[in-house]
Design a protein around this ligand. Structure first.
Ligand code: GYE
Length: 329
């Protein structure tokens, strides 16, 4: 018994530490929703701050919570699943009204999701999916169709090289290993280009969705493969890092090596308009308003659709020039 109590105390302390270790982007923080005592309290566990997309997503969630009068408890998991599990457990202990999170990887969530279910706290998945067989563990999943994004990237490539007969050597910078966007953007792309054997993925490695890792891995690709025609990067940030590596190797990004990325954040769009990227598949980070709507419904016990897919487009270099001035993020 004593042991059990002390374990609870330790868990409580861990939760308190988690909620208290506020840094600018990390740790826990609480934003008042402006509402009274009956304001909905949402515990939100964010993946991290790995990319421009993520920064825009965090801002969207925080701004929308304020606007909706929802009190937001926010924590940044720094791309670690264990931190997300700790955050979710702490939200369960704090008896929040609803938990929302963007799961860093797809697998390994059943136990903690069952704990939330046992405590009668509804869970909303936002941005990324989990692979749990039991879909009753969450109320809804709001986010993009990443397979579709990968397909759009592949379709552009097929069209771009429709008259070529030579082999097209492709290198791929994958997102975080095990994450839904990395898995799905890879498979959607592979499915489309797989129809024509001239397309060859000669190297594929994770760049963890960051600029620094994108640069590092692209440097290694360039050393190992002198004959790269195309880079497919699962996000803009890795593509931007890779551009530095390509320029460092004396090659011209967008010309010597064609580049396709996903996201369409401002820096990516600027590189596209400048001719350094050739095509971007959009993935919208502005999920906050829909998330708050869903949260209100779920807390009120109303039914919500099991899946809410974000609407997205694609950008060529010309379209990027047009869209840039009014781009919000
Ligand atoms: O594409 C990438 C970010 O999960 C859709 O995560 C998100 C992805 C996004 O780090 O830039």
């Amino acid at each position: 018994m004593l042991k059990r109590i002390s374990m609870l105390v330790v868990a409580g302390l861990a939760a308190a530490t988690l909620a208290g270790c506020g840094s600018e982007s990390g740790g826990g923080s609480e934003a008042g929703g402006g509402g009274g005592d009956d304001a909905i309290v949402m515990g939100f566990s964010q993946v991290g701050a790995e990319s421009g997309w993520r920064t825009a997503n965090t801002k969207s969630v925080q701004d929308s919570a304020k606007e909706a009068g929802i009190t937001l408890k926010f924590s940044d998991a720094q791309q670690k699943q264990e931190n997300q599990i700790k955050a979710i457990r702490s939200y369960i202990q704090q008896k929040v009204d609803v938990i929302a999170f963007s799961p860093v990887v797809e697998s390994g969530w059943d136990t903690v999701l069952k704990e939330a279910q046992g405590a009668n706290i509804p869970v909303i998945l936002t941005d990324r999916a989990v692979d749990s067989a039991d879909t009753s563990l969450y109320k809804t999943f709001l986010g993009s169709d990443f397979v579709e994004e990968g397909k759009k990237a592949g379709q552009w490539l097929v069209e771009e090289y429709k008259d070529a007969s030579d082999t097209v050597n492709i290198v791929e910078l994958q997102g975080t290993t095990g994450s839904a966007p990395a898995n799905d953007r890879k498979s959607g792309f592979a499915e489309v280009i797989g129809a024509d054997p001239k397309f060859k993925i000669i190297a594929s490695q994770t760049g963890d969705f960051t600029r620094a890792k994108g640069k590092e891995v692209m440097e290694a690709f360039l050393k190992a493969h002198p004959d790269i025609d195309v880079l497919y990067a699962h996000n803009d940030d890795m593509g931007l890092g890779a551009i530095e590596a390509i320029e460092g190797a004396g090659k011209v990004p967008g010309k010597d090596i064609k580049i396709i990325t996903v996201d369409a954040v401002k820096d990516g769009m600027q590189a596209l308009a400048d001719g350094k990227i050739n095509y971007i598949v959009e993935c919208s980070p502005l999920l906050g308003p829909q998330l708050m709507d869903l949260a209100k419904k779920v807390v009120a016990g109303e039914s919500v659709p099991a899946r809410v897919v974000t609407e997205e487009t694609t950008f060529t270099q010309e379209q990027a020039k047009e869209a840039l001035p009014s781009r919000q993020y």
